[in-house]
Design a protein. Structure first.
Length: 449
């Protein structure tokens, strides 16, 4: 009886016993803080002496350090619990915003001037270096997304995975609606970029407090120690033979994860999605400023529009469709729509760009939460944090490649880079036909056993 009670205490809590609002709030305010800075970062980089290549490398700096940090934080969350690691990650983000703010007030001391046919012309200044440091710190502790996804998988029943990952995506996209709009509003004042950065810092403080005060801990169900321990029956030699198996390996290597059925294929899809998106995200702000001559308000309104339409898709639309269609079908259809959307960004006509934004929201809204749901269902619960961590690393690796190479490609071909994004996502679409045959039954089998 004692063993049975101990094992039950180690099982994941029922979804009805754990409120999703704290983790959704953490996701919302985290995205809000990031998206506030997103519209004017290109203005900041160019003002401090950088160009499209430097802008891409700065984005890749975050991803490069996240590539190292995400799997470590994911593995730690499997061992020590999600809440502690989310708090550690959020504190790193908070400190990075302090450093980011300090960079705005440093003198423009020049360290290096570059004039290259490949890299373009730029100047490496002291504020740029400090911005790189801030992004590196945020990256190394930037496992909050993968850990939050693992947390959601812990507390969500299998039949609610797609719906709840959709809610997670909605909370993030609400941040993308408010953040860019707030950046345009605050950035238009006489204080320039200072107010948006202060807002991001304050939002990070709020996220930290939510984790400390409201977020309940979550941990996988692997048994970590002998539940019998030392008792009088063992002392008197009357104990029964142990009839349970302890399986609590703490360190799963990348090779271990790739050996799991279907995981390597799904991580490849994860990688390609991030690669296609990062070609877009590095190129579009630069294209908007240089070729379209958009202002900070124009960029803020456009990103807010994308975020708003994506909330609609990932909220009521996805909820209704997920009741009729499987995750794999929604991911496949969404990837096709997303690939088509990138083709619209090769135009400089405003209404074409907004149609592209709407299709991007529809395609990504259907695809992304479905992919996250598929990945969570394709693995046993004890691997959730580790797999989400390695997925974060796959995304970071794609971001490094996409942001750096994307900046170089844009310098050469301009808005034709969006065709490359479309080709990559079309590859994801064709790979989705194999995903349709994958049986996502790990979680179901575990819950039945």
């Amino acid at each position: 009886m004692k063993v049975e009670k101990f094992i039950k205490s180690k099982l994941p809590k029922n979804v009805n016993q754990v409120s999703l609002y704290p983790i959704l709030a953490v996701n919302f305010v985290g995205t809000l803080g990031f998206s506030i800075v997103l519209p004017f970062l290109i203005f900041l980089v160019t003002r401090f002496g950088g160009n499209a290549v430097v802008y891409g490398i700065m984005g890749a700096t975050y991803s490069a350090f996240q590539l190292v940090g995400a799997p470590i934080l994911g593995r730690w969350s499997d061992i020590y619990g999600r809440r502690k690691i989310l708090l550690l990650s959020q504190l790193g983000t908070l400190l990075s915003w302090f450093i980011f703010l300090a960079a705005l007030y440093l003198p423009l001391d020049e360290f290096l001037k570059v004039d290259s046919a490949l890299l373009g012309t730029f100047t490496l200044t002291l504020p740029l270096i400090i911005l790189f440091i801030a992004r590196a710190l945020d990256g190394i502790t930037g496992g909050n997304v993968s850990v939050a996804n693992a947390y959601l998988a812990d507390v969500t029943a299998e039949d609610k995975r797609n719906e709840n990952f959709g809610k997670m995506a909605v909370s993030a996209n609400l941040g993308f609606i408010i953040g860019p709009a707030l950046a345009g509003l605050l950035g238009a004042t006489q204080w320039g970029e200072t107010l948006p950065v202060l807002a991001a810092l304050l939002i990070s403080v709020i996220a930290t407090l939510i984790i400390i005060l409201f977020l309940k801990d979550s941990k996988p169900s692997a048994i970590e120690k002998n539940p019998e321990g030392l008792n009088v029956r063992k002392v008197l030699g009357q104990e029964q033979k142990d009839c349970f198996k302890i399986d609590c390996k703490e360190n799963h290597t990348f090779t271990d994860i790739l050996k799991l059925k279907n995981i390597a294929y799904l991580l490849t899809i994860y990688f390609l999605v991030f690669l296609g998106f990062n070609f877009f995200y590095i190129a579009f702000p630069v294209h908007a400023v240089t070729a379209l001559t958009w202002t900070l308000s124009d960029i803020g309104i456009f990103f807010a529009y994308i975020g708003f339409t994506m909330v609609i898709v990932q909220g009521p639309v996805l909820k209704r469709l997920s009741q009729k269609y499987s995750d794999t079908i929604l991911a496949t259809i969404g990837s096709f729509i997303l690939a088509v959307s990138f083709l619209f960004f090769t135009s400089n006509v405003l209404w074409m760009l907004y149609i592209g934004g709407a299709l991007l929201s529809l395609g990504n809204g259907l695809m992304w939460s479905s992919i996250l749901s598929i990945l969570s269902k394709a693995s046993e619960e004890k691997y959730q944090g580790t797999i989400q961590g390695f997925a974060g690393s796959a995304g970071s690796l794609a971001s490094i490649i996409g942001l750096i190479i994307g900046g170089l490609i844009y310098e050469q071909v301009g808005n034709e880079i969006f065709i490359l994004s479309a080709i990559i996502i079309f590859i994801v679409f064709f790979m989705g036909f194999k995903v349709l045959s994958i049986k996502l039954n790990f979680v179901q089998n575990n819950s039945a056993s």
